[in-house]
Design a protein around this ligand. Structure first.
Ligand code: SER
Length: 869
């Protein structure tokens, strides 16, 4: 069974059990400060488990793209070394939100595995939670009884909290789980040791394939558990492992999910997967990582120096260095694998097809730049180890290479061993630990439990229509961060505050109690569909009604920039072409920033054209056409632009200004006329194939133009001219003319000097020599040397100069002479440089030195004569 069929069968099975089949959510998470990437199938549904939103359908199934590289579930360093860990993987899952529970989850899992996929029942083992004293929980009796009805008792194992109690984070929904494991070893091996003894023992052929989580508790900040009002099912089956089982392979990497990539890597790098373990590991690392990185970029996450972008950069760099060290690659090659990946998975994940070029460009550019870093690191390592008798490189130095230059520690160790040197691993680990602690401290946040004031109220956002409204606080909690100290997060029954999202900053403002006391809202953010209002302190009395007021001025300026962003997007697609796609944006009250795919620098003419286009739409006074709650398909059919990497619900909102229509949740002007004017202030590159435009609108644009006009007036008065541009052009002409004249005079002077100097040449032991102070600059001295050298044989010239208090030395020796007499101009200037308290160098026939002591010139001129003896 091909992997694509295996996936389809899963989805069809749960469709037949009345589940809604949904596409995978993007792998990069937004609106969840506790998680950077989707790390399991349930992450995109957290809002339903937390009760912040109600799903339209209480039964859902999908295949979700996941990435496990940071945080609680982190597999990065394992990947490649064994045959079953991955950074990016697909998780097949079925969910019940307050609908069915353990009985159905268990029996359907069994039915699918044994009747549809026809996995041999004898090869399957199941686990049940054994209970935990600290949590005051006993054996999961319900699951046990259900399994007993299906499988013989010897197939059931008990598991502890680590293996059989699933928690999505330190706090939040959790519950016991039952895992299904499969033994795919040969009959012979099965006879030797029972599969039962190998469950959860990290055996590559006795592996967990499905985890059925029974969510029934909420973990509080104090570590205690409370019952959830509704019980849920969250199951996750590793797609790659399932393929291994069904395709009768010994490793995930032998399935058709990976083999096309592995064959391509072998071809490109001229290596053989079966050659030895090191090569195999490196090929697995590259095959795995190219998937993670390509999927992330296709979802809009570019490699960068911080946050999620840094994680992606680290994954890619890990692949590059495995290639560099074990596959001998010195040029970018990983980007070439994108084609193979797209061919194989593009149908299921169309974003890969659409984003292929960007993925290739970005990966290639990253490879180029990291390969340069590796080369620089090699030079640095060389200088750290040259001229040393030590046999060990200190942990501090190794850490400097690692931290400042991104030079991987295993490569350092490898190179040292080639030099018969060792690495102080312990010292390195200590430095690494110190750094980890520093960054952990800096980002440490403690979050207290929610204090509920009004239960069962689902928050409503009314900020599209109103910026002032009466609200009540339904719940609040305290958080403490290193950076900001104590903060409070407030949730209202309804809110006019826009939460940060879609590139737009969150609203600020205040809430006012009946007695006039005000509490300032310093920011608004969304977390798993809950709108959180940040305040430095709490209102004295939390009950009662508050007047919530959004800072309207800031909101207006922001709206102007947001609407201009849409017009800019349209302008770029019109002026540069339809290949332009939004790759990110940032909109606040000061300015807007827009990243987009485009292969070249945008020329000045194109930028002007874009500016003109946007300003023309502003002058057209296009009214806002907003549609709320329309079906996603209908919006797309009507030409609305959706962004890759955004998670859209079934019902969406569209924002239209004339022909520009986008899916968008932001706040906008009522008419493009409100934007007043649009000015591009900057155009730069963000990554290969990704450009960034920064621009201003409205009041800011007005202010900018006023300032420009003032500078222009100042220029006019400075130049005493009504036409300053013409005057500056004239000044430039004059300046060029004067420069030419000076150059001419200098060259005439040097010519005259040369003639004089030629007359001063003397002879000693067959050497024509000239030692003299000339007081011209270094270039002129060089010219003189080479000109004299062309005219006089066997020449030794030593010129010195005192230019603006700095001493210069120049030494020229005819090539033949330098060889015959073993004279070296470089050595001579270095030696003579001591007299002028300076240094220098060069080649055997020509060298220069500079120093800060012109008083030493005379001594140098005297001393240098010794070379002629
Ligand atoms: N959340 C569980 C896991 O990731 C099941 O989906 O294993």
């Amino acid at each position: 069974m091909k992997s694509n069929d295996i996936r389809t069968k899963f989805l069809h099975f749960f469709e037949s059990k009345k589940h809604q089949i949904v596409p995978s959510a993007p792998m990069v998470l937004k609106n969840d400060p506790t998680l950077m990437f989707v790390n399991s199938g349930m992450a995109p549904f957290k809002e339903y488990f937390l009760g912040n939103a109600v799903p339209k359908n209480s039964r859902i199934a999908d295949s979700q793209k996941c990435l496990r590289v940071s945080g609680k579930h982190n597999d990065l360093e394992e990947v490649g070394k064994d045959t079953y860990h991955h950074t990016m993987f697909e998780m097949l899952g079925n969910w019940s939100f307050g609908d069915y529970f353990k009985k159905e989850a268990i029996s359907w899992a069994w039915e699918l595995l044994t009747e549809v996929y026809k996995v041999n029942k004898d090869d399957l083992y199941v686990t049940v939670f054994e209970g935990d004293k600290d949590d005051n929980l006993g054996v999961d009796q319900e699951a046990l009884e259900l399994w007993k009805a299906i499988v013989p008792e010897e197939k059931i194992l008990y598991g502890n909290k680590k293996d059989n109690f699933w928690e999505m984070g330190d706090q939040g929904p959790c519950g016991s789980c039952s895992e299904i494991h499969v033994d795919i070893r040969s009959d012979e091996e099965k006879k030797k040791i029972s599969g039962r003894d190998l469950v959860n023992q990290d055996h590559p052929q006795v592996v967990e394939i499905w985890n059925l989580v029974f969510m029934q508790y909420n973990r509080l900040a104090n570590g205690k558990l409370e019952e959830l009002p509704n019980k849920h099912i969250d199951t996750g089956m590793g797609f790659e492992r399932l393929c291994m089982v069904l395709q009768d392979k010994q490793s995930n990497y032998d399935t058709d999910v990976f083999t096309p990539l592995i064959r391509e890597i072998e071809t490109i790098t001229k290596t053989d997967y079966d050659k030895d373990e090191k090569t195999a590991i490196a090929i697995r690392v590259v095959a795995d990582h190219v998937r993670a990185v390509t999927f992330a970029i296709a979802d809009g996450q570019l490699p960068s120096n911080n946050g999620a972008g840094y994680v992606i950069r680290r994954i890619l760099r890990r692949a590059i260095r495995y290639g560099y060290t074990f596959l001998g690659t010195r040029k970018p090659f990983i980007y070439k694998l994108v084609s193979t990946l797209v061919e194989q998975m593009g149908e299921q994940f169309p974003e890969l097809q659409k984003q292929k070029n960007i993925c290739e460009n970005v990966i290639k550019e990253e490879e180029n730049s990291f390969l340069r870093t590796l080369e620089q690191g090699l030079v640095l390592l060389e200088s750290m180890t040259a001229n040393t008798k030590e046999k060990t490189l200190s942990g501090k130095k190794a850490f400097e290479l690692y931290d400042t230059y991104g030079f991987p520690i295993d490569l350092t160790s490898l190179i040292l061993s080639e030099k018969n040197m060792q690495l102080d691993y312990e010292g390195f680990e200590k430095e690494l630990q110190k750094q980890k602690e520093r960054s952990r401290d800096a980002s440490k946040t403690t979050t207290e439990d929610w204090q509920i004031l009004i239960d069962d109220e689902v928050e409503e956002f009314v900020g599209y229509d109103r910026t002032e409204v009466n609200v009540r606080i339904t719940k609040y909690r305290k958080i403490t961060t290193k950076k900001q100290g104590n903060l409070y997060q407030l949730v209202f029954n309804l809110t006019p505050f826009y939460p940060e999202g879609g590139g737009q900053v969150g609203d600020k403002g205040f809430i006012e109690a009946a007695n006039g006391n005000m509490t300032y809202i310093i920011d608004t953010k969304k977390e798993n569909n809950l709108i959180l209002h940040f305040a430095k302190n709490l209102p004295k009395d939390l009950n009662g009604t508050f007047k919530a007021v959004v800072d309207e001025n800031s909101r207006k300026l922001t709206a102007s920039n947001h609407s201009a962003t849409h017009l800019l997007h349209q302008a770029l697609r019109t002026v540069l072409g339809k290949h332009v796609e939004q790759k990110g944006s940032m909109v606040n009250s000061d300015y807007l920033r827009f990243d987009f795919s485009h292969f070249a620098k945008v020329s000045d003419e194109e930028l002007q054209e874009v500016e003109r286009f946007v300003n023309a739409r502003i002058r057209e006074q296009l009214p806002l056409e907003e549609k709320r709650n329309i079906p996603y398909e209908e919006a797309i059919e009507n030409g609305a632009i959706a962004l890759f990497g955004e998670k859209y619900g079934d019902a969406v909102r569209t924002i239209g200004f004339g022909d520009s229509v986008e899916l968008c949740g932001g706040t906008h002007v009522k008419n493009t006329n409100d934007i007043w004017h649009f000015i591009i202030t900057n155009e730069t590159a963000v990554a290969s194939g990704i450009r960034r435009i920064e621009a201003i609108t409205g009041e800011t644009a007005k202010e900018f133009l006023t300032q420009q006009s003032k500078s222009f007036d100042a220029l006019k008065s400075l130049l005493k001219s009504k036409e300053p541009i013409k005057s500056v052009a004239q000044l430039q002409d004059e300046n060029n003319q004067l420069k030419k004249e000076i150059e001419k005079l200098l060259s005439e002077k040097a010519q005259g000097l040369k003639v004089n100097l030629k007359n001063n040449i003397q002879e000693k032991n067959g050497v024509n020599y000239l030692v003299q102070q000339v007081d011209v600059d270094a270039n002129a001295m060089k010219d003189i040397c080479f000109q004299l050298g062309g005219e006089v044989d066997n020449l030794f010239v030593f010129l010195s100069a005192d230019v603006d208090g700095k001493a210069l030395l120049t030494c020229y020796i005819s090539k033949d002479l330098a060889e015959q007499k073993s004279l070296n101009a470089g050595t001579i200037v270095r030696e003579m440089g001591k007299h002028i308290q300076g240094g220098g160098g060069g080649q055997a026939f020509f060298a220069t030195a500079g120093g800060k002591n012109p008083a030493g010139i005379a001594k140098a001129n005297e001393d240098v004569l010794k070379y002629l003896d």
